[in-house]
Ligand binder design. Structure first.
Ligand code: TPP
Length: 372
């Protein structure tokens, strides 16, 4: 048996809430990365990584690839390392969960080094309950996988990339196509959500809503037991809705998803094409960005047309809606609707009912016998 190749990963936890007298934690981490010669970064955004991602994105010597799913970043970084670059993956700790297989059967198997900068949500004082499970599991997961990690204390951010040495190469110029950019003066996401919620109420439909602000906005405009608010598991709204629609063919099931989340689970469109029943409607609220984490642009801001992707995947009923009238019309159908909405979040509070309560009242309603 061959000896296992040496695995040289390193993980740095990072929280922008950390107080620092002289330098922001983001800047300290960025400087550490520069000192270590990091010249290739893949990322999925997190509220706590906003400043660091801006610094990385503005650096002409770093190739920065915002990716659709953290696991994709593991592959990109492996390829970049094979090509002689010094890569890092920046993500929230929930993304670590999405990376486990790739870390084990790619990086660990071949001994490919990877620096992960992980924002550690879900610790003491975390306001979003959906972050808590991965918050607890992060360190045990790293320990189980034998991945060394460090949590830099105030002022230690510059150590972050310390293990990797020097030597940045000039980044090639970007070939990112110009795109339509973020919509201005269109429908607000909360308006689209209110419209869908009203229609769902009329139809006694079950409604699944996307992680982050979309769920908060739905909760604030029209809370019903028939709403399932996602508090974590980014990307799975459409899959949850499809499973439910197949299980309850007599009920209308609607999903309010986001472009970033659909991009994270793009295969869902192929599954919907093959198995999507007539009681299922996926509404993609496309604001061209990750609105809930600071409006970092997604690829729909530049070049990806999710309606065309859905059609290409084989979904037969695909509509586009850019105004409330078109959306109201499209809500009557089934399949996929891509509703173009403005970036930005309404100022609405955090959902104050527990996950246990959300699921209890939802399944009571979802499983009840249809009226005879
Ligand atoms: C696996 C994982 N990666 C990253 C995050 C951080 N995160 C939470 S919401 C969100 C943005 C969702 O964007 P989108 O689906 O487009 O919805 P929007 O908020 O723009 O309406 C991100 C990146 C997460 N919760 N889970």
């Amino acid at each position: 048996m061959n000896a296992a190749p040496t695995y040289v990963p390193a993980t740095t936890f990072f929280s922008s809430k950390r107080k620092h007298k002289t330098m922001s934690p983001s800047l300290a981490i960025y400087r550490g990365l520069k000192r270590a010669g990091i010249d290739f970064v893949a990322s999925v955004p997190c509220v706590n990584l906003q400043e660091l991602l801006t610094l990385v994105g503005e650096d002409p010597d770093i190739i920065h690839l915002p990716v659709t799913r953290e696991e994709e970043g593991v592959g990109l970084c492996a390829g970049a390392w094979m090509g002689g670059r010094r890569p890092a993956l920046m993500m929230q700790n929930s993304g670590l969960g999405n990376c486990i297989n790739a870390l084990a059967s790619l990086d660990m198997l071949y001994g490919i080094p990877l620096l992960m900068i992980i924002s550690h949500r879900g610790g003491k004082g975390e306001p979003i309950i959906g972050q808590v499970p991965m918050g607890r599991l992060t360190v045990p997961l790293l320990q189980t996988m034998d991945i060394p990690y460090q949590t830099p204390a105030s002022g230690e951010g510059e150590k972050a990339g310390g293990i990797l040495g020097r030597g940045p190469k000039k980044a090639p110029s970007s070939c990112r196509p110009p795109g339509p950019g973020i919509l201005e003066g269109g429908m607000k996401r909360i308006e689209a959500i209110a419209l869908a919620a009203e229609f769902a109420q009329e139809q006694n439909a079950l409604l699944i809503s996307n992680i982050g602000y979309p769920s908060r906005e739905l909760y604030s405009v029209c809370d019903r037991p028939e709403n399932f608010y996602m508090l974590g598991s980014m990307g799975l709204a459409s899959s949850i809705g499809l499973g439910l629609a197949l299980a309850r063919p007599e009920r209308r099931v609607m999903v309010l998803d986001g472009d970033g989340s659909v991009l994270m689970n793009l295969g869902t469109l192929a599954t919907i094409a093959l198995h999507g029943p007539e009681n299922f409607l996926l509404v993609i609220l496309d604001n061209c960005c990750y609105g809930s984490t600071g409006s970092q642009p997604t690829s729909t801001c530049y070049c990806t047309d999710l309606a065309a992707v859905a059609r290409g995947a084989g979904v037969r009923n695909v509509e586009k809606a850019v105004d409330p009238e078109a959306l109201a019309q499209a809500l009557q159908g089934w399949g996929v609707v891509v509703a173009k909405v403005e970036a930005g979040n309404a100022s609405v509070p955090i959902i104050d009912i527990s996950p246990e309560e959300i699921i209890k009242r939802f399944i009571r309603s979802a499983r009840q016998a249809p009226p005879s």
